[in-house]
Design a protein around this ligand. Structure first.
Ligand SMILES: Cc1cc2nc3c(=O)[nH]c(=O)nc-3n(C[C@H](O)[C@H](O)[C@H](O)COP(=O)(O)OP(=O)(O)OC[C@H]3O[C@@H](n4cnc5c(N)ncnc54)[C@H](O)[C@@H]3O)c2cc1C
Length: 529
């Protein structure tokens, strides 16, 4: 626990001034009814901002090496178990879906009228491309479908620094992540059941189109889905009601794997509803973190200033990059590398609604994902196409979802806007068009002439897979050390140079963090922190 060294009270108006800063939504949370907000100072050995893949891996590996850490997470814990009602339902949205007033458009749902809440999803607006990111202990793993792919050696080496050493990544780090997340593919018994018809139709159509198809490794204990089939718990997987978190549990998300194991060491404290508003270099060279302890409606209850020997930025691509750019622009962290904010990539995300007039997918649809088709032979155009279930709709739209992603050449950059006091993504229109055309061509061939495809990403340019902004080789070394800044690290999607080699990002973010923390424990623990 933190050592409290000072406790003061500030007048309300001054204290609420930081409410709309980076990490909260653009709309300020409701002004605190209180007139005085306590300010607390404390000291820590290591502070980790964010509890997703990067933050979870770091907390566990540092703690196992005996390093005490404080994890600051802006969101809440989402505890699940058979028949729980923890997560919201995509078909009946409520405040739990949205981060403090942000209204992301996801699965065609855009919701405005809800009370502000420390909910799951935030839309981070960019110029030409928005990012959809998650909040809560476990970060994106709470609401991700869980597709956990490891890149092939050739695509990895063509898109990521070869010095990461694919052979070692393969034999040590990807395997470590796969073990932690207990990856499994869906059993045939489940795939053969009624509601998994869309998966079977997709697999058949992929083969008919001349492509290969395979099951995708998922961090799921599929026995939960089989128990749903037997009526032992209400549907969550088998009716596709898992797009915003799996209420029944059985999903090995970061909160119940890495974070739980980190806490079990006794050396990790996870402070939830702690929204980091600023990071800075302290006069003595240590790192200063300003965090608001917030209520679930965003009200600031306490302002904390925490000084640490090491600061690990793991707030996700959008969170980490924007916090560092604000600090740099305002001189709070001097001499940041010039490349900060550059090299951002979308991972080539493309989401389609697929309507088949010849056959009926049926409703509801079992989820989240069973099959995918990889086209990885040429690293320049490598891409993956998968089918994902629609949430359980009251009407049969004869539709399901197809998602593509791949090696995207386009790169955007964040630019600090002093009026907004925020760094905003600038995306060059059309930058990923060659990859999109390749994905379009494949998806059109797979779905065939009796189908209609609606390209939702074309209508609303956005990505679920933002990567880069404080990339390795430009801003950081391969282990996330920010160049020229002792004790400052980036260990999340921001470290990856704009792509994860035709795969969804989580496996590579976690494996790179596993590799990095081995290095940091061996070489920085005990000297730098
Ligand atoms: C709908 C959806 C589906 C997806 N499906 C897949 C999939 O199937 N497979 C896959 O590999 N990837 C998928 N992804 C992407 C994946 O979730 C992300 O790539 C991954 O979570 C990024 O990991 P990270 O460690 O960089 O950050 P995150 O997991 O985003 O974690 C960052 C954490 O930092 C916290 N944070 C942010 N700002 C602050 C702040 N100011 N103060 C305190 N805390 C803060 C956030 O609340 C969050 O918990 C999906 C994403 C979405 C949105």
């Amino acid at each position: 626990m933190s050592d409290l060294s000072r406790r003061t009270l500030l007048a309300g108006a001054a204290a609420t001034a930081g409410l709309a800063a980076a990490g909260t939504s653009r709309r300020p949370a409701r002004a605190a009814a209180r007139t005085r907000i306590p300010v607390t100072r404390s000291e820590e050995r290591v502070v980790i901002v964010g509890s997703g893949f990067g933050g979870g891996v770091t907390a566990l590996r540092f703690a196992q090496a005996g390093v005490r850490c404080l994890v600051l997470e802006r969101g809440v814990w989402w505890r699940t178990g058979p028949n729980a009602e923890t997560f919201p339902h995509a078909t009946s949205p409520d405040k739990r879906m949205f981060w403090l007033g942000s209204t992301p458009t996801i699965f065609g749902i855009s919701a405005d009228p809800f009370e502000h809440y420390t909910g799951l999803l935030e839309q981070v607006p960019g110029n030409g491309m928005d990012m959809i990111v998650a909040a809560g202990v476990g970060g994106g793993s709470l609401i991700y479908q869980g597709m956990s792919l490891q890149p092939s050696e050739s695509v990895f080496n063509a898109t990521l620094p070869e010095r990461l050493d694919y052979a070692r990544m393969d034999s040590v780090y990807y395997r470590r992540v796969a073990r932690m997340l207990r990856l499994q593919t869906a059993p045939d018994e489940l795939v053969g059941s009624t509601t998994y018809k869309p998966a079977r139709m997709f697999a058949a159509d992929v083969r008919r189109a001349g492509y290969t198809v395979e099951k995708i490794p998922m961090p799921i204990d599929w026995s939960y889905a089989l128990r749903e089939l037997k009526g032992e718990m209400k549907p969550s997987y088998t009716n596709g009601d898992c797009a915003l978190g799996v209420n029944n549990g059985g999903k090995h998300s970061v909160d119940v794997t890495y974070i739980a194991a980190a806490q079990a060491t006794g050396l990790v404290t996870v402070a939830t509803q702690h929204n980091v508003t600023d990071v800075a270099m302290a006069p003595d060279g240590r790192w200063e973190v300003h965090a608001d302890r917030i209520g679930t409606d965003g009200t600031v209850l306490e302002k904390k200033i925490i000084t640490a020997q090491a600061l690990v930025m793991a707030a996700g691509t959008a969170g980490t990059t924007r916090l560092l750019m604000r600090a740099s622009a305002k001189g709070a962290i001097p001499d940041m590398p010039d490349g900060l904010g550059s090299g951002w990539g979308s991972n080539g995300d493309r989401i389609y609604v697929w309507t088949d007039f010849a056959d009926d997918f049926g409703v509801p649809q079992g989820g989240p994902v069973v099959y995918g088709s990889k086209e990885w032979d040429d690293p320049a155009t490598a891409n993956t196409v998968i089918q994902a279930s629609l949430p359980p709709l009251p009407v049969n739209l004869r539709s399901t979802m197809i998602v593509g992603y791949g090696v995207s050449a386009g790169r955007g950059r964040f630019v600090y806007d002093s009026r907004k006091d925020d760094a905003v993504l600038q995306w060059p229109k059309g930058a990923d068009d060659p990859l999109y055309r390749r994905i379009d061509e494949r998806v059109t061939r797979i779905t065939g002439s009796s189908s209609m495809l609606v390209d939702t990403t074309g209508a609303y340019p956005s990505t679920w897979h933002p990567l880069g902004g404080a990339s390795m080789g430009t801003v950081c070394d391969l282990s996330g050390r920010v160049a020229g800044h002792r004790g400052l690290y980036v260990l999340d999607g921001a470290l990856l140079p704009g792509t994860t080699a035709a795969c969804n990002p989580s496996m590579t973010i976690a494996a790179v963090a596993e590799r990095a923390t081995d290095d940091l424990v061996a070489n920085d623990a005990g000297t730098v922190f």
